[in-house]
Design a protein around this ligand. Structure first.
Ligand code: MTE
Length: 329
């Protein structure tokens, strides 16, 4: 997401270490407990692959957490826990990839509240404990950053639709606006003037209600770490990663298209929809291919990040299929 010019892509040696996957009895038991989750994945449409064949407990290399499958539904291996928690974008801490893990280590995430309001019938401020009462599901999704790297991540969370159904958006609500916490005392990056803090993102109500859209509270069966957006972040797998806003404190239903931090910071480069689209390049680099963290070389980028079947119908007007600025605007 750096808006300064990038000259090239370096691959640290840590990323080319093969994943170390093995089973232990404890993890196998945990994997069995998650078998129903694999069913949910298929039901939500993200599946389609032979979950049974893939279902297994996986040691992620972090000392023993379990997930229900070793691959995503396309057969690509999960990234390791170490990769997912040490290669991050979190500009509230700094603009490096390894900085957030270090700088966010002691970021206070309790107590935490999320205010849900605006054009809703039942506005409510949820304590984190209330949000954890929604059934927490595993969702294995690809995350594709606009910088052209990607990962496969086994998130834990719940559909945003479940929360929205509780607060009941009114008929006038057209968009959902999300805001990250503003806490410059604990977020060194927010002390700078480089960006218009707090981080803001938005979705249409239809996108927010799509079953793939989740609020995540964990990954690899573990509570989310601060660098990944603890205690609660959005995950919208068919859009570039910057839409998946971290450390959310406010969700507002509105009747106008929210201006995101990226739209405000770099309006010639970032638009509202930001759907992954290999045919629409970023003004400064191609989106045709991507580098999967942990792999050498590049792979083709998939339209809607491989989720076209589930979401293409949301975009009948071709201007919506662009990843950056809508065509003609
Ligand atoms: N949310 C906030 N609040 N601040 C950020 O800097 N970075 C975004 C997104 N959410 C970001 C954010 C970008 S550019 C990406 S690619 C993903 O988070 C990265 O998520 P990860 O670090 O968990 O992989």
């Amino acid at each position: 997401m750096l808006i300064k010019k990038r000259t090239g892509i370096e691959i640290p040696s840590s990323e080319i270490t093969p994943q170390h996957l093995y089973l232990s009895r404890r993890q196998f038991m945990a994997g069995a407990a998650l078998a129903t989750t694999a069913g949910l994945l298929a039901a939500c449409g993200a599946g389609g692959a032979p979950e049974e064949a893939n279902t297994a407990a996986v040691n992620s290399g972090n000392g023993g957490t379990a997930v229900s499958a070793t691959t995503d539904e396309l057969g690509d291996p999960l990234n390791t826990y170490d990769e997912i928690t040490n290669y991050n974008n979190y500009y509230e801490f700094n603009t490096t990839k390894d900085g957030p893990a270090r700088l966010a280590k002691d970021f206070p995430t309790t107590p935490w509240q999320v205010e849900v309001g605006g054009m809703v019938k039942n506005p409510k401020t949820y304590a984190m404990e209330d949000l954890l009462k929604f059934d927490q599901e595993e969702r294995i999704y690809r995350l594709r950053c606009v910088e052209a790297w990607s990962m496969v991540i086994p998130w834990v969370g719940f559909p945003l639709a479940k929360l929205l159904n509780e607060v009941e958006p009114t008929a006038d609500a057209k968009y959902v606006r999300f805001e990250t916490v503003y806490d410059p005392d604990n977020m060194p990056g927010q002390r700078g003037r480089m960006f218009p803090w707090p981080y803001v993102e938005g979705l249409t109500v239809e996108e927010a209600m799509q079953d793939l859209t989740i609020l995540s509270t964990g990954l690899y069966g573990e509570t989310l770490l601060p660098q990944n957006g603890a205690p609660i972040r959005l995950v919208v797998p068919w859009k570039y990663g910057f839409k998946s806003i971290k450390a959310i404190v406010k969700i507002e239903l509105v009747d106008y298209m929210p201006t995101s931090l990226w739209m405000e910071s770099a309006p010639t480069e970032y638009g509202f929809y930001a759907n992954v689209n290999p045919e629409v390049n970023h003004p400064r680099w191609s989106q045709a291919t991507e580098r999967r963290i942990g792999e050498l070389g590049r792979r083709p980028t998939l339209l809607f990040n491989g989720y076209a079947e589930q979401v293409a119908h949301l975009y009948p007007d071709p201007k919506y299929d662009t990843n950056l600025k809508p065509r003609g605007s």
